[in-house]
Design a protein around this ligand. Structure first.
Ligand SMILES: [Cu+2]
Length: 153
C-alpha cells in the first residue's frame, strides 16, 4: 500500500513538472475573431526555444503558410493543406511571419517570436498588402513592447 502511494506521488510530480520547460501555445484559425473577420487568434505569440505553437483549424477553409523574408535563416518554408492542424516546434530563434494563403489580403496573418528576434529588421522590411499591413504593424508593436518592457518585477 505504501509503495502504491509513493508511485502515484512521483507520477503526479513528473506530470506537473513538464510545462515549466516547454510551453504549448495555441493559435486558432477563425472566420471571425475579436479583431474582425479572418484571423489567427492570437495573432502574436512570444515563445522560447523548445516551446510549441499549435495552429488549430477551428473554422474550415484556412491554412498556414510562412511568408517569404519573414523566417530565421535556415528555416524551410511551410505551406499546409486547408483544415490541417500544424505544430511549429520553436527551435531556432527569430521571428516567423505566417499567413493564411487565401485570406492574407484580408489580414489573416500571425507573428511568432522565438527567443531573441534576431531577424526583426528583415521581417519588418517585407512589404505587406491590404489589411495584412495594419495587422503586422500591430503585431510588431506588440513584439517591440514585449522586448523593451523593463523587467521590474
Ligand atoms: Cu484563412
Amino acid at each position: 500500500m505504501r509503495n502504491t502511494i509513493m508511485t502515484l506521488t512521483l507520477l503526479a510530480a513528473s506530470t506537473f513538472a513538464a510545462p515549466a520547460f516547454a510551453e504549448e501555445f495555441e493559435i486558432k484559425m477563425l472566420n471571425k475573431g475579436e479583431n474582425g473577420a479572418m484571423v489567427f487568434e492570437p495573432d502574436f505569440v512570444k515563445a522560447m526555444p523548445g516551446d510549441t505553437i499549435k495552429f488549430v483549424p477551428a473554422d474550415k477553409g484556412h491554412n498556414v503558410e510562412t511568408i517569404k523574408g519573414m523566417l530565421p535563416e535556415g528555416i524551410e518554408a511551410v505551406k499546409t493543406k486547408f483544415n490541417d492542424e500544424y505544430v511549429l516546434t520553436a527551435e531556432t530563434e527569430g521571428v516567423y511571419g505566417i499567413k493564411c494563403s487565401p485570406h492574407y489580403g484580408m489580414g489573416m496573418i500571425a507573428l511568432i517570436s522565438i527567443g531573441e528576434p534576431v531577424n526583426l529588421e528583415e521581417a519588418k522590411a517585407v512589404k505587406q498588402k491590404g489589411k495584412a499591413k495594419a495587422r503586422f504593424a500591430d503585431a510588431f508593436a506588440k513584439l517591440e513592447g514585449a522586448v523593451e518592457a523593463p523587467a521590474s518585477n
